[in-house]
Design a protein around this ligand. Structure first.
Ligand SMILES: Nc1ncnc2c1ncn2[C@@H]1O[C@H](COP(=O)(O)OP(=O)(O)OP(=O)(O)O)[C@@H](O)[C@H]1O
Length: 709
């Protein structure tokens, strides 16, 4: 069977309108317009709820510790600003003793300050990892449950590059969220505390000036900021395309090499890379102008505003407010004492006043600079915030689509005619029995309900009986198995089959799958080594199984059961299929469903394998075009019959009629070969004649003639 692939022609028509038209989704399709701020917050909240499910979650502990260190750092900044002001004052007043004491305080603060800074960085990374772990676990649960990964790849095209989304985009989202918490949380805290501190010396006028400055800057930046979120989402998508182009190359390396397809593949790789780089370069170009403007606004104009405001207490001492009653009383006392002091001490008074002004100015300047830095970081994080919005959109979209798919809600292509079946009106009934597989008036229909491949299939395969399915290419043979396994929707009729369990029913696909792991893991898949030991199975048993499938030479050739290799590159096509059959003999299911599972195995070995499988008590359902397999199955289901090509017939192999049919078909085949023989004989004698005409052609020609005769 060909590998199951989504019908891209049909899906190409899906768009936002298509999705909405079918009414399957609450979500817009990925091409939808840019979400509003409200919707973005809802989406972020939705994802964060998955990351932080409860107050007792470990993420909350990390978050609390992170917050504690952020507060501590802000407090330490205020303390450092005060010490700095005092140091400069002592310097101006030439008070060496006090200066040295201040220096001692300054150094004593350094130790907790450096520890605090490293803890903030450490906890920020821990927070990102904790968010990523929670989100990845949730996505793995969704993606690997209810065959959602299969549906996402084969039955719906809303998720483009699930691997990129799960491995990279989730990581980017979590890193951006953790960064945002410290890049916004910390400066916000700084602003509140520094403003409070400053309010005490720069007064109400200064505070008004500062607030006005923030509002004007934020308004200008908001107006000129390019849509970084949209750009980040597009960049992530293009990164995914580039990555998947490389994964395709790795998966299909041998086929491409045989076809000498390097040039074409290189051009595909280059094209996807160029698209990505073009986009990244355009972002960089946009950023030059934006960064220039942002720097000018935040670094330089803010510093100028800061200096003006910090100088308020110097030039307008009465405008400054916010002194405590005790400070006011001390100042009044000092002024009264100054008035009563004799003239000779006036210089000292002036020096002390200058010192006080310097201390106030330096402390305020330091706080102002920290404030400018905090405000700047908030403004800069506007860009990060919009990038986070881009990742949020991609991750949220993936989560919602995975949820839809786990409930079998696909987005189907827009179609002009009403399909015979719809997802909403599925009426298929599934029953479980270990004794038989039965289809009762079950149509085999493509996933969107638009094409009936097999009309109302009705067939019974009791345990101990065997069925072979045959029919033209594309008739729907594999699709019968897809519906039986529950991969495709079951629209109508009743299917009875064993409940999914390896000892009841096992499917062997045409294209063998080899897992990551040891040689042993290939035979026991999907069991793990732990499962195997728990089931009391041994390596000796595996060796016996390899004998049945004629692979007993493999363990010694490959370096034992524990050897780990890229097995798909190690085994030949026939060996891969025989490894799959070894799995069958390991699990010994009651029903074995084989989809052209021996097509690469020679017919003599195939015959022995079928005999062994029947001896092991398995009931076989085989899809094959090989008449040599007829004799192992008492029943034959032919599909693709009739003018509509969706009719079917069941025949009993070995009955008088089927014998006549198969003898007649064999006679027809032999007659065809005989006709061909006459033509070949005529051609042979013509060549012989040509060769004898040229008798002098030498011994080389004579040899050729002898070979041909
Ligand atoms: N995801 C899909 N969506 C829509 N149609 C599909 C999908 N997958 C397969 N089909 C179509 O369903 C039809 C039946 O496919 P199926 O693989 O069952 O054929 P088959 O009888 O096994 O063919 P072959 O003998 O070539 O392996 C084909 O026309 C195929 O193009």
């Amino acid at each position: 069977m060909p590998p199951l692939a989504i019908d891209r022609r049909k899906l190409a028509t899906i768009g936002a309108t298509g999705a909405a038209a079918v009414g399957l989704l609450a979500l817009p399709a990925p091409q939808a317009t840019r979400p509003t701020a409200d919707k973005r917050v809802i989406k972020l909240k939705y994802i964060l709820k998955i990351c932080v499910p409860s107050w007792r979650s470990s993420t909350i502990l990390i978050l609390s510790m992170h917050t504690f260190f952020l507060v501590l750092r802000t407090y330490l900044t205020v303390v450092v600003a005060r010490i700095d002001g005092r140091l400069v004052k002592d310097m101006v007043a030439a008070d060496g003793k006090s200066f040295l004491r201040g220096l001692g305080y300054f150094m004593a603060i350094a130790l907790p300050a450096t520890y605090t800074n490293s803890m903030i960085k450490y906890l920020q990374s821990k927070l990102a990892v904790a968010l990523r772990t929670k989100l990845t676990n949730h996505v793995h649960k969704l993606y690997m449950g209810n065959n959602t990964f299969y549906k996402a790849i084969n039955l719906d095209n809303r998720i483009d590059g699930a691997d990129q989304l799960i491995t990279t985009d989730i990581n980017r989202f979590c890193t951006a969220t953790a960064n945002l918490y410290s890049n916004v949380g910390k400066p916000l805290l700084d602003i509140i505390i520094f403003n409070y501190q400053l309010a005490r010396s720069i007064g109400l006028t200064g505070m008004w000036g500062l607030s006005l400055n923030y509002i004007v800057t934020a308004t200008i930046l908001r107006a000129v900021t390019p849509p970084f979120g949209k750009m980040a989402a597009e960049e992530a998508k293009l990164e995914g395309d580039f990555r998947s182009a490389h994964s395709r190359l790795i998966t299909n390396a041998e086929e491409i090499a045989f076809y000498n397809g390097e040039e074409l593949e290189k051009s595909i790789l280059n094209k996807t890379y160029t698209r990505l780089i073009k986009h990244i370069n355009s972002i960089y170009r946009i950023r030059i102008a934006y960064n220039m403007f942002e720097d000018f606004l935040i670094k330089y104009s803010w510093s100028a505003v800061g200096l003006i405001i910090a100088s308020i207490p110097v030039f307008f001492p009465n405008a400054a407010g916010g002194r405590t009653k005790r400070e006011e009383a001390a100042l009044a006392l000092q002024d009264a004492a100054d008035i009563a002091t004799p003239d000779a001490d006036h210089q000292m008074i002036m020096d002390r006043k200058t010192g006080n002004r310097t201390q106030g100015f330096i402390t305020n300047k330091r706080l102002m600079l920290s404030l400018a830095d905090a405000g700047g970081r908030i403004m800069y994080s506007y860009k990060e915030l919009s990038e986070l919005a881009g990742y949020t959109y991609r991750v949220y979209n993936m989560l919602r689509v995975l949820e839809d798919l786990s409930e079998d809600k696909f987005v189907k292509p827009e179609s002009t005619s009403e399909p015979p079946f719809t997802i909403e009106n599925r009426r298929g009934v599934l029953k479980y029995s270990d004794e038989f597989i039965r289809f009762d008036k079950t149509p085999i229909v493509t996933p969107y309900g638009d094409t009936i491949l097999v009309d109302d299939l009705t067939i019974d395969v009791p345990a101990g009986s065997h069925l072979m399915i045959t029919g033209p290419n594309g008739a729907g043979k594999t699709s019968i198995l897809r519906v039986l396994a529950g991969l495709w929707p079951h629209f109508a009729g009743t299917i009875t089959r064993p409940a999914p369990s390896l000892s009841s029913i096992m499917y062997l696909p045409q294209r063998p799958y080899l897992a990551i792991g040891s040689l042993r893991d290939q035979i026991i898949y999907p069991h793990s080594h732990k499962d195997m030991l728990a089931a009391g199975r041994t390596d000796d048993e595996l060796a016996q199984i390899l004998k049945i499938v004629y692979l007993d030479y493999i363990p010694s050739r490959e370096g034992g059961w524990d050897a780990v290799k890229e097995w798909k590159d190690v085994f030949s096509g026939g060996e891969k299929q025989r490894v799959q059959l070894a799995r069958l003999f390991y699990h010994k299911p009651r029903f074995a469903v084989l989809d052209e599972a021996t097509s690469a195995v020679s017919t003599d070995v195939e015959a022995l394998l079928y005999s062994s499988a029947k001896e092991a008590g398995m009931t076989l359902i085989t899809i094959s075009h090989r008449p040599s397999l007829f004799k192992y199955h008492p029943y034959l289901l032919r599909i693709g019959e009739g003018a509509s090509q969706n009719k079917w017939v069941v025949e009993q192999i070995g009955t008088a009629k089927s014998l006549v049919d198969s003898v007649e078909s064999e006679v027809r085949k032999l007659q065809g070969q005989l006709d061909n023989m006459d033509a070949l004989r005529q051609r042979l004698s013509a060549i012989n004649r040509e060769l004898s005409l040229d008798a002098k052609a030498g011994s080389g020609m004579e040899n050729a003639k002898r070979t041909l005769i």
